[in-house]
Design a protein around this ligand. Structure first.
Ligand code: C2E
Ligand code: MG
Ligand code: MG
Ligand code: MG
Length: 281
């Protein structure tokens, strides 16, 4: 009997592994054609200046719709990074975001900054800066309207990425440190790199309501960001209580409390409603 069960367990394990491998292979092969098949789109997640209540910009978030359903960036971005696809896909996101900066301008948001997530592999690519320059030039974008979000894992490769980061600064593109506080060595990261924006990971906000120590930490991180002259963004504002906690702190917020990330089309009607609500208040 025990032998039977052991065999079954092995079978389960094997099926599970097979499923995972199949899924991964499906994603990997489809990813090659995702751009040509026009399956990718960029959604925008509004950033709100919590002190003034004004819309201050948006984060570009990649979306992938396939004939087997939507696949989340949490699932496909790591695969794109491992296979090197991220170089083409990432470039596509930057170009699309630059085009949309012009779309936002046409719709009355004349200086609407967009933040784009950048993988370490992208940032370290020898052609990254030249291609970025080309896109900015071709799309005729003011580089100061573009911010690139990098994460702390980039620090592990800091020596390799250093030159590109310096060139980014010279180009006038903003640099944002994403998911601050959950990586390896947050403080060494901001010691090495001059940043324009600090994004505090959602986990701090979630715990701050119930845990005084986390609340103190959150306050301290906000102060650090401000002392470094960085725009401080708190990620994942979901509830009115969380918002309340941040209102007097001079920070920016991003989260489902306001809206989920929106397509260009959805953005327009959300924006209209957002400002109507502001007028009523
Ligand atoms: P991220 O850069 O930290 O982006 C924030 C993520 O949190 C987004 O998930 C966003 O939808 C989600 N979020 C925002 N507000 C809330 C909230 O109030 N509650 C909750 N529960 N979630 C919230 P998303 O779009 O699934 O993206 C996941 C991650 O995938 C991103 O994390 C980023 O690391 C990566 N990613 C997305 N687009 C790109 C891209 O174009 N290039 C690269 N390299 N990475 C990307
Ligand atoms: Mg981000
Ligand atoms: Mg983040
Ligand atoms: Mg995150």
């Amino acid at each position: 009997l025990a032998k039977e069960r052991g065999k079954n367990n092995y079978q389960f394990y094997n099926d599970d592994l097979n499923q995972k491998l199949k899924r991964r292979l499906t994603i990997e092969t489809r990813l090659y054609k995702a751009i040509d098949n026009r399956e990718l789109s960029v959604h925008y997640h509004p950033q709100i200046n919590l002190e003034t209540g004004q819309l201050a910009g948006a984060e570009a978030l990649l979306r992938w719709k396939t004939d087997i359903g939507p696949i989340s960036p949490g699932e496909f971005i790591p695969i794109a990074e491992e296979t090197g696809h991220i170089i083409n896909i990432g470039e596509w996101v930057i170009r699309q975001s630059c085009r949309d900066i012009k779309q936002f301008r046409k719709r009355g948001l004349s200086r609407f900054p967009i933040s784009v997530n950048i993988s370490t592999k992208q940032l370290m690519h020898p052609h990254f800066i030249i291609r970025l320059k080309n896109i900015i030039h071709e799309e005729e974008i003011d580089p100061s309207l573009l911010t690139l979000e990098i994460t702390e894992s980039t620090l592990l490769f800091y020596e390799d990425a250093k030159e590109n980061i310096i060139e980014l600064r010279e180009l006038g593109v903003g640099i944002s440190l994403d998911d601050f506080g959950v990586g390896y060595s947050s403080l060494s990261m901001i010691k090495n790199i001059e940043i324009d924006e600090l994004k505090i990971d959602q986990s701090f906000l979630i715990d701050a309501l119930e845990n005084k120590r986390v609340y103190s930490l959150l306050e301290t991180i906000i102060e650090i960001g401000k002392k470094l002259d960085a725009k401080v963004v708190v990620e994942g504002v979901e509830t009115a209580e969380q918002l309340e906690l941040l209102l007097d702190k001079g920070v920016y917020g991003q989260g489902y409390f306001y809206t989920k990330p929106l397509s260009m089309h959805e953005f327009e009607s959300w924006y209209d409603r957002f400002y109507k609500r502001e007028e009523r208040v």
